[in-house]
Design a protein around this ligand. Sequence first.
Ligand code: SIN
Length: 509
Amino acid sequence: MNVLVVGSGIAGLTAALHAHEAGHAVTVVTKGELGDGSTGYAQGGVAGMYGIGDSKEQHAADTLTAGAGLSEADAVDALVTDGVDRIAELIARGVAFDRDAEGSLLLGREAAHSHARIVHAGGDATGAAIARALVAAVRRASIEVIDHALLTDLVVVEGAVRGIRLLRGDHVSELSADAVILATGGAGHLYAHTTNPAGTTGDGIAAALRAGAAVADLEFVQFHPTILSAGPAFLISEAVRGEGATLLDEQGRRFVFDSHPDGELAPRDVVSRAIVRRAAVQGTPARLDATMLGRTTLTRRFPTIDRVTRERGFDWSTEPIPVTPAAHYLMGGIVTDLHGRSTIPGLFAVGEVARTGVHGANRLASNSLLEGAVFGARAAAALGEPWRFVSLRSLNERAAPVVERGAHRRGETPRLSSHFSRAALQQLMWDHVGLLRSEEGLRHALRTVRAWRARAVAPATLAEHEDANLLLLAEATASAALARPGSVGAHYRLSDAETRTPAPILETV
Ligand code: SIN
């Protein structure tokens, strides 16, 4: 088959390598350079290596608990069942995960994991090691690569995806294919503060929405609790708290215990909300105290974080550092089955762009690289099989995003009027469709976004296409959040009492 893989993180490159090894003619299309994207930024690692007393069943149970009852058990089972082989494959492709003196893999722990089961490389540079190894494997295999190319739309012929439209520089072209595997990542740049790299503008999900594919769970946006609150967003891995670091308020008190009995190792959404509420009450950022780990451990285990915090003027071996949450990961996306198949024949989606059902309402830490590898391989294995439609049974009771088409015909992307700016959209989303959501705020965001979209005309440049994609996703995200009245996982609707006071509350016990 002639296969196009759009995106070059762990999911896209795994799919490309497996498809190539199965004899398909593969082309990888990427927005920047090969290997750019969120994978290279991942610090914590890959969950899925089980030590004494641990098992894939316990990993599955932790994943389901983090998903707050909305994960799909069969997707989680596929994740943990295939995960060990995918980690072995990464090692075989050259990823040097950290080992102890005897040569055994070192296992880290992060929040909401019942055991240490996370393999890491270069201490806190796991994603970079994986990206390097997979890019080298793609180069060795001489897989064709088209770089600096933006996906603008999917080509749909008689109800099936038959290719993609691309923008390269100012040149628009069309590539045909028997199958398209989208691996374009999430949409962190919907928000004013994000850990995601610059190109993360939801291009794949927006193209899928325009083509009519089912998209779900966009209201579930994960905010990572600990971003250095000084300079451009920089992640301080949860693995630091996994090693014992604590979160302190202005008085030096471990305030997260006010919100959850697991304190700093409570689920990410709980910790993030505790941090913003405490900061709102005190008027100063919360601080992450890693001093008890000592200089030697910090430098060896977290060399990247150690370097960047020092570059920004902090010595975290002697003083707590200021931290604040930022948009990190999108649990929702293009609805797929267990093989990455979407609701449109010929269209697969893998990695963060997909909604496989693994993450439910909240992703367990270090499950994303694993999901990318597992479902990238599963999608490649399904190429050439007779197409089966994904079942939407489990989604029937879920909120589907409602996007007004306005004056635009289906398949067209709108250009933005001068009233719009990307920064204004990102601030609107941060303020009203972020960590703490009120009905009034969501309605205001939706009205504003719809007004911006209604005044739009067709985009031409890369930035205009990205803006159009962000606006489309903003509308879909706000509408999905509005349609879900209660709080679950990362989606938190403020009660009337909470709207009046930002004080911390005990969220779950
Ligand atoms: C981290 O290292 O804290 C991020 C890992 C993840 O998002 O899974």
